[in-house]
Write a protein that binds this ligand. Structure first.
Ligand code: C2E
Ligand code: MG
Ligand code: MG
Length: 700
């Protein structure tokens, strides 16, 4: 039993009907109804508008209105209140019209009894409640569908569109009215973003598998006007109450932004920020792919490890902004020089790794390396600077030098060190002996770090002699390393390494102090006074504190500067002509002498010989060795001697091993020389003996 009372509005002017109804509703078998009666339509309309009426019983024949019109006027007042028509038997026609127009039902006066009336009233009220609820639910669903961000599209079992929400309308370019009834494949055109083939009909899949299916990855929706957007979607079958599939619903949304973001993020993770070139991660990927391909096709893959010579100097002196632009310029040249199928990557700093895929010969690789070096050698214009940069390249080739990325890159790196070592601006192919040398090099470097504190360095001295008299005119200090091996280690095996790791500066200071102390001691012991020459490498010379170090050493050892000579190579002198010139003048001002070592092996302009305050030219051993053993001339030797003469420099020939060489040089005006013919380099003690013997000759 309902506890609630429903209010029935009876609009009726017929007393008989009123009696009948009131009588029926008063019956004890009917409970829960309260009746309000009015006799005019106008009164009924007024009452209905006030709300609170659950159901209306309406007689169409009223004093102020008659027939169907009575119903339509009332219905217009409130569409949600159920209206039951009271009809005379034989007048059902009008009642039926009212039914069509929206009346809930009609009751025949002759059949009215308590039971049927109560059932009719209950039914009317309940049905309206159900309809209300249904309406609400549908309304809620529609509002929801139109307010969610996802597009929703429904089809019937034949694949025709039955519904689209607002987002779906926007994304497909079809309005609901246009789309409904059209085949899904026309309204919802999707293609595979990669292949651009029509993607599978999602509805078909959902129906076939009778479950919710996620759709093809990388799916693109083609709007009615052709515009494409990346979408992600799913489809689910719709069932009727009997569980039969009657259609499908497809839900999709635009993922263009997310996809673009993910593309962007993938790009950043795989590319270098400064140059936008692939980074290590992407390179590794590409190398693995190339190796797999090369394996099948029996071809080669080359890894070029490239390091820019002197990039650090530019970066340090002109700043990172310029450094970055230079790297960008280098990248561009590399990309322009190579094939699109090759990969140029930046490993960080001034190191680049280049992958040449699918090549047929080492010659091809060598050609590429040459082209790269040529392309880079043209000046790079960065802001107002014209920058010159050179590169050293190491090359490892699959399959000989490794069958995986790490080994190939590592070996190319090793080969690059060799390229640098053998004079920079060149390329070297990896060979397996290099690794042994790398190990050796590392062990030298670690031992070298302790060599100074363990007092393992020795200075040997080689006499310089007057070619005519054979008398000693000076000594050159040459370093040796007593590395607990049988023989002393020659400078060629450790000086370049000491230069690389910066240890040369401390070693150089030791050499200078030791040589000055020794020179002072020879002077003090009353030997013939001779100057001692020391060798200074580029790294030491570019140290700002160098001149000051020389001054201090001269002061602490008490050596008269005229007994010190400094030997510099052409390469050192040509680095930065102005800075060098001013440094050389400072050194000269201290009172010592300056020599150009290994003269003729550099590629420098001869102009500087006039600019720089130089005293001595040491003719490189290689020219001396080419002095013909028979009649004939060595043009270079002659030229150097003549030039020295013109510039009022002392020419000293290095590496004289035979009397023929000595005689030739002497005959062509070279005053002094050095070489095994006179003496190898010897310990300080043995050199004292040489000085002694020399004095004997003079006395004798
Ligand atoms: P350098 O200054 O040109 O020294 C001459 C080199 O030629 C020395 O080799 C010397 O032993 C060698 N030599 C002299 N006469 C002859 C000869 O008749 N025939 C042949 N075949 N060789 C001869 P060493 O001592 O091995 O030194 C090699 C290089 O190492 C030097 O070339 C110099 O550039 C560098 N070096 C030596 N000591 C030092 C040092 O204390 N500091 C620096 N920075 N470099 C040094
Ligand atoms: Mg020298
Ligand atoms: Mg030399």
């Amino acid at each position: 039993m309902k506890s609630q009372t429903s209010t029935v509005l009876l609009i009726n002017d017929d007393a008989a009907i009123a009696d009948c109804i009131l009588g029926a509703l008063a019956s004890p078998s009917i409970a829960g109804f309260e009746v309000e009666s009015v006799r005019l339509l106008s009164a009924g309309v007024t009452r209905l508008a006030k709300k609170g009426i659950s159901v209306v019983l309406l007689n169409l024949a009223l004093p102020d209105s008659n027939g169907l019109e009575t119903f339509t006027k009332l219905f217009a007042t409130s569409r949600e209140t159920p209206i039951l028509i009271l009809s005379e038997t034989g007048q059902e026609e009008v009642a039926l019209l009212a039914l069509k127009a929206g009346a809930q039902d009609y009751l025949l006066r002759d059949h009215l009894n308590a039971y049927s009336l109560s059932r009719a009233l209950h039914n009317a009220i309940e049905r309206t409640a159900v309809e209300d609820a249904l309406y609400l639910e549908k309304e809620r669903a529609l509002v929801t569908l139109n307010s969610i961000g996802d597009a929703v599209l429904c089809t019937d079992i034949d694949g025709n569109v039955t519904y689209l929400n607002l987002v779906a309308e926007t994304m497909t370019g079809w309005t609901r009215t246009e789309a409904v009834g059209q085949p899904l494949t026309l309204v919802f055109r999707i293609i595979d973003g990669a292949t651009r083939q029509t993607a599978r009909d999602p509805m078909e899949m959902a129906v076939e598998q009778n479950r919710t299916v996620g759709l093809t990855k990388n799916c693109m929706l083609v709007r009615r006007d052709g515009f494409e957007s990346a979408i992600e979607d799913s489809a689910a079958p719709i069932h009727d109450r009997a569980g039969r599939i009657i259609g499908a619903v497809i839900v999709f949304h635009d993922v263009s932004a997310a996809r673009a973001m993910s593309v962007q993020m993938t790009h950043s993770a795989q590319h270098d920020v400064v140059t936008n070139l692939p980074n290590r991660v992407l390179l590794n990927d590409r190398v693995s792919q190339s190796i797999a391909l090369a394996q099948r096709q029996h071809r080669l893959v080359a890894i070029l490890f490239m390091d820019l010579d002197q990039f650090k100097v530019i970066n340090d002196s002109l700043g990172h902004a310029i450094g970055d632009k230079l790297l960008q310029s280098v990248s561009q040249r590399l990309v322009d020089t190579l094939r699109a199928s090759d990969t140029v990557s930046r490993q960080g700093g001034d190191e680049f790794v280049i992958l040449l895929s699918s090549i047929d010969s080492r010659e091809h690789v060598a050609d590429s390396a040459k082209r790269i070096m040529l392309a880079l050698s043209k000046p790079h214009t960065v802001d107002d600077h014209h920058l010159h940069i050179r590169a050293s390249i190491g090359i490892a080739v699959y399959p000989e030098d490794g069958d995986n990325t790490d080994t190939l890159v590592q070996n190319a790196d090793t080969a690059m060190y060799y390229a640098k070592d053998s004079g920079r601006n060149r390329f070297r192919f990896f060979d397996s002996t290099m690794n042994e040398r790398v190990v050796e090099r590392q062990s030298v470097e670690s031992d070298l770090r302790h060599a100074l504190e363990r007092d393992e360095f020795r200075l040997h001295y080689q006499p310089k002699v007057n070619l005519a008299s054979g008398r000693i005119t000076g000594a050159e200090a040459l370093i040796r390393w007593d590395r607990s091996e049988e023989e002393l280690v020659a400078p060629a095996r450790f000086i370049p390494i000491a230069e690389d790791c910066g240890l040369i500066v401390d070693i150089g200071k030791w050499v200078m102090r030791e040589a000055c102390t020794q020179a002072r001691s020879w002077l003090d012991s009353g030997h013939l006074p001779i100057p001692v020459a020391i060798n200074v490498s580029a790294v030491e010379f570019s140290d700002e504190a160098f001149v000051e170090g020389v001054r201090t050493t001269l002061a602490t050892t008490g050596l008269n500067p005229q007994y010190l000579e400094i030997e510099l190579t052409e390469r050192v002198l040509m680095k930065d002509v102005e800075a060098t010139a001013s440094m050389l003048r400072e050194l000269k001002a201290l009172g010592l002498r300056l020599a150009v070592d290994d003269f003729g092996t550099g590629y420098s302009s001869l102009n500087y010989l006039q600019e720089f305050p130089i005293d001595i030219l040491k003719i490189d051993r290689s020219f001396v060795q080419k002095i013909p053993t028979g009649p004939g001339d060595s043009l270079i030797v002659n030229a150097i001697i003549n030039m020295a003469d013109t510039l009022k420099l002392l020419a000293v020939a290095e590496g004289i091993e035979t009397s023929i060489q000595r005689n030739y040089l002497q005959g062509h005006g070279c005053i002094e020389g050095q070489g095994y013919l006179f003496s190898r380099s010897v310990s300080a003690e043995d050199f004292s003996q040489l000085l002694e013997d020399d004095a004997q000759i003079t006395v004798g």
